[in-house]
Design a protein around this ligand. Structure first.
Ligand code: MAN
Length: 551
């Protein structure tokens, strides 16, 4: 015979008729489910006092239904399943004792005894396994994400370097631009006659003579080089091809002489050691004969080396001598027009020079009109202008580069672009593909999405990156914000909207698209994974604030 205490513990209270008044109460409300000393209890909304034994008696007494947490007798309330071995959950009271096993109540407590089995151990186990796998994925993914952040920081440093160099280059190029502008302005303000006069300067004429002489020397030098090459070939052929048995002293002398000049071994000694009668060009030292004789000679100060001559002489000969003449003028501050009227400016304070120049132009205009002086003819300014234009283009190019680098830096840590930590910058321009049906879908992060037919036909643009998750309730910079990207303004659909894509992403160790669906006509949804969404996991295995579990 079993002792009475054991009999009691083998049967649930309800089976014995004893009612558990706190059955179905969520843990946070448990402290409120206790009777007063006089055996009464207040409904949770405080609207009514009822006897404690009215709680869970399967009859609804409280207006807020709080007296029936475990029976489902009151509508619009919630029942709490403890789900021991897994995690507890709330279900609507309407689903209590409806004869159906709720997946949220794995312990079967929402139904009468014996209706639903308690499967919480298995469900809990599977759930914990899934969580562990997800955690592992998050850990691996977050390491990749960290490398993305490091990349963004390096990219920032690189761009800062670009900006610094550009700033220096801009200063230099601005000076160069001013210098060339001055030359171009001065060239333009010269009359053709005045320019002709200047070009009669002995210094200029001598410079032109030097230039012409250099050009002629260069031409003669090139001819001689050609000639030397041909002669070397003839002598090389003679050296390797003559017959020493004929004892022709004139030939031998010529061969010996050539070998001395070209720094070659005597041909009869070549190949003796190997005993091979066929002498290759390499063995005979023919291929580099010209270099053998070159000895390092000391150059006088300012003289050019052979390499400099090869590389820089052409550029020197292309110099704009008229511009040089103008610069020379500026340098020595010689009179501009050979008349006091053109010279006065150099004696005036800077502040009155502009007014003086205006006055001078008007005066010269009048003098030309009355035939006192000849009308100014445009000097040949095209080269000076071209040089100025080139300098301006080069300056603008560096300025644009600097501006772009500045904008790029801004974007790297902009939460509406590459994230507050710059974690998305690494993916800028990374393209993913996904084949589906008759198309291959392509999406380049922060660029363009495309639909490329595999059986011919034209590719459709599905849109360009326009924003992250646009929902007004989603906070900028939150993980949910970065879980969606919108690409819009694609090719217009026949009788429909412009094509667009919403890319829905979750944390994963790879950047990949996993599905493509056309939810509405020409409105596509891509799903995918990326490490950029794998937030770091702390030592307790939890994500940082705002991680996926907390969404
Ligand atoms: C093309 C594709 C389809 C789209 C139709 C709409 O065939 O872009 O995805 O539904 O056009 O006409």
């Amino acid at each position: 015979m079993l002792p009475p205490w054991l009999v009691l513990s083998l049967f649930p209270l309800s089976a014995l008729g004893a009612i558990d008044r706190t059955f179905g109460v969520a843990p946070d409300l448990l402290p409120k489910y206790a009777p007063r000393k006089d055996g009464t209890w207040n409904c949770l909304d405080g609207s009514k006092e009822i006897p404690w034994n009215f709680v869970n008696d399967d009859s609804c007494d409280c207006p807020d239904g709080s007296d029936e947490p475990g029976t489902g007798a009151c509508p619009d309330t919630y029942f709490y399943c403890k789900n021991e071995g897994h995690t507890g959950s709330l279900i609507p009271s309407s689903r209590v004792k409806d004869g159906l096993c709720e997946p949220q109540c794995c312990d079967g407590s929402d139904e009468r005894q014996g209706v639903c089995p308690n499967v919480c151990q298995e469900v809990g186990e599977a759930h914990r396994k899934k969580l562990a796998e997800e955690l592992k994925l998050r850990k691996t993914g977050s390491k990749i994400r960290s490398s993305y952040i490091t990349y963004a920081q390096k990219e920032k440093k690189r761009l800062e370097g670009v900006i610094e160099n550009n700033a220096k280059e801009i200063l230099l190029r601005e000076k160069e631009y001013e210098r060339l502008k001055d030359i171009a302005d001065r060239t333009e303000s010269l009359s053709a006659a005045a320019l002709e006069h200047k070009q009669q300067s002995p210094l200029y004429l001598s410079l032109i003579d030097h230039s012409n002489a250099l050009k002629s020397l260069q031409r003669e030098h090139n001819k001689l080089l050609e000639r030397e090459k041909e002669l070397s070939n003839i002598l090389d052929t003679l050296r390797t091809g003559y017959n020493p048995n004929y004892q022709d002293m004139a030939v031998l002398e010529a061969v010996r002489g050539w070998e001395y000049i070209a720094g070659l071994p005597h041909i009869n000694d070549v190949g003796k050691n190997g005993g091979d009668s066929d002498v290759s060009d390499e063995e005979a030292g023919i291929s580099d004969s010209s270099e053998n004789v070159e000895e390092e000679e000391e150059l006088e100060e300012g003289m050019w080396t052979k390499e400099e001559l090869d590389k820089e002489l052409d550029d020197l000969l292309k110099s704009d001598y008229v511009s040089l003449l103008m610069e020379h003028e500026e340098h020595v501050r010689s009179p501009v027009e050979g008349s006091l009227i053109f010279d006065i400016a150099s004696y005036l304070p800077d502040s009155v020079v502009p007014q003086y120049e205006d006055f001078k132009d008007i005066l010269l205009g009048w003098m030309a009109m009355f035939g006192i002086i000849r009308e100014q003819e445009g000097a040949d300014t095209s080269r000076a202008r071209q040089a100025l234009q080139d300098a301006e283009n080069a300056l603008n190019k560096v300025k644009r580069e600097k501006e772009n680098a500045e904008q790029d830096i801004q974007k790297i840590f902009d939460p509406t672009m590459f994230g507050a930590e710059g974690e998305w910058k690494k993916l800028d321009g990374t393209c993913l593909e996904y084949p589906s049906g008759d198309y291959v879908y392509e999406l380049c992060f922060f660029g363009e999405a495309k639909q490329k037919p595999t059986k011919g036909g034209s590719t459709f643009t599905l849109g360009r990156f326009s924003s992250w998750n646009k929902s007004p309730e989603v906070q900028v910079g939150s993980p949910e914000y970065y879980s969606k990207q919108v690409y819009d303004r694609g090719t217009k659909c026949w009788n429909g909207p412009e094509r667009s894509v919403v890319l829905v992403m979750t944390c994963g160790t790879e950047n990949a698209i996993h599905s493509v669906q056309e939810l509405e006509k020409c409105e596509y949804q891509f799903t995918g994974t990326t490490p950029a969404l794998c937030l770091p996991v702390d030592s307790n295995g939890n994500g940082k604030a705002g991680s996926r579990e907390e969404l």
